[in-house]
Design a protein around this ligand. Sequence first.
Ligand code: SME
Length: 170
Amino acid sequence: MAITIFAPMSESLQINTISKKESYETLLPQIHSLIAGEGNLIANLANICSAIQMTFDHLWTGFYLVEKNQLVLGPFQGPIACTRIPMGKGVCGTAWNNQQTVIVKNVNEFEGHIACSSDSVSEIVVPLFDLKNQIIGVLDIDSIHEGMFDKIDQQYLEELCGMITKNLDC
Ligand code: SME
């Protein structure tokens, strides 16, 4: 999409912006190439966080990994975050418990939300499964904007997590 701004007494200024869908369409093949052939999960998750942050500039992008009855902080980009989340607690623990993506339009309206940063307003948490379909963690993204995440994010981030799973056997 191109936005043209006409300023009085000056030339027009053209700013090229791309939609969220186009951003994901550009990002996912690059992540696919980035992790292809690399079997180290932590290294891949670290690069994926960076790639998402460089594309969208959200407040926080990171992974929590299942360790016994808790989620433990994994690779992330953004402000420091809480290290452990019990099963069923917060948005992450809820996504883990239900094994489903959770989209929160406004975290202040989500009972039990764990506020790692007071700047976080909306959030999406996507489960990450292994090759046996066991949940091994979640991808958590936080935004300073209300209602930042929708079905488009869910579709592409679930595809991304599926890509990570497929890569686990390399
Ligand atoms: N808000 C999350 C906790 C993790 S931080 O956002 C990084 C939750 O409620 O589970």
